[in-house]
Design a protein around this ligand. Structure first.
Ligand SMILES: C[S@@+](CC[C@H](N)C(=O)[O-])C[C@H]1O[C@@H](n2cnc3c(N)ncnc32)[C@H](O)[C@@H]1O
Length: 228
């Protein structure tokens, strides 16, 4: 008779095998697929910024959903071995990256994704705090680069500031939801916070109560815009 651990291993293996079979670079793709299936993350938008993009399965998925019009930019501190076709990859740390480098020649993005995970220590409070810092920074970047109406998905470990951070998303987007995809290990404290319909920069700049670092660069030309 199987134990809970066996069930988890089987599931982990199932998504891992499925990703290999279907040509995806990571099993994480099924988390985004489920979130997108429920929340239509790519509806109408074709410019996507993926923070913490390595090894690249979310970029693969975004490219497939959007098609030829896709403008994909990925950031990771680890170089990607096989960058998905057409994606521009920036290697750097999200906490210090220049916003202008992310934008390149784009005026704005329609979707900002963050699947960033901290180096975990096994000490819950430390890992939660690190995840919160990455999430806050992802939300800060989204606030600076999203066109009005744009969408956001960010990974966040559940911790003491979870409510405050979901409220920060709610203040900036017309709709805020959370998701725990089936392919996310049940033992994991990760959740995904979704914001749909960015209200624009007037809705807020820096994330309140958080100091993930300054925003070097800033969005050139002021408010991001452009057609979706
Ligand atoms: C779970 S993986 C992302 C998987 C990706 N969504 C995919 O489907 O291929 C998390 C990534 O976040 C990146 N990361 C963590 N902290 C970062 C930081 N401070 N700056 C940039 N990337 C970071 C890691 O290097 C790692 O590649």
């Amino acid at each position: 008779m199987g134990t809970k651990l066996d069930d988890r291993s089987t599931r982990r293996d199932r998504f891992h095998q499925k990703a290999k079979r279907e040509g995806y670079l990571a099993r994480s793709v099924y988390k985004l697929e489920e979130i997108d299936g429920k929340h239509a993350i790519f509806d109408g938008g074709h410019r996507v910024l993926d923070l913490g993009c390595a090894p690249g399965s979310w970029l693969q998925y975004a490219g497939e959903q959007i098609g030829e019009r896709a403008k994909l930019v990925g950031l990771d501190r680890t170089p990607i071995q096989r960058p998905p076709a057409g994606a521009r990859i920036v290697v750097g740390d999200v906490l210090t990256i220049d916003i202008a480098e992310l934008l390149g020649d784009l005026p704005a993005f329609d979707v900002v994704l963050s699947d960033m995970a901290p180096d975990t220590t096994g000490v819950r409070q430390v890992d939660q705090a690190r995840s919160e810092t990455l999430f806050e920074r992802a939300l800060e970047i989204a606030t600076l680069v999203l066109a009005p109406g744009g969408n956001f998905v960010g990974k966040l470990f559940q911790g003491p500031d979870f409510k405050k951070l979901t409220m920060a998303v709610r203040a900036r987007f017309a709709v805020q939801k959370t998701a725990k995809p089936v392919s996310s290990r049940q033992i994991s404290i990760e959740q995904y916070v979704i914001g749909k319909g960015f209200r624009g920069q007037a809705a807020g700049g820096a994330v309140s109560g958080a100091a993930p670092g300054t925003v070097p660069g800033g969005a050139p030309g002021g408010t991001p815009g452009g057609t979706r």
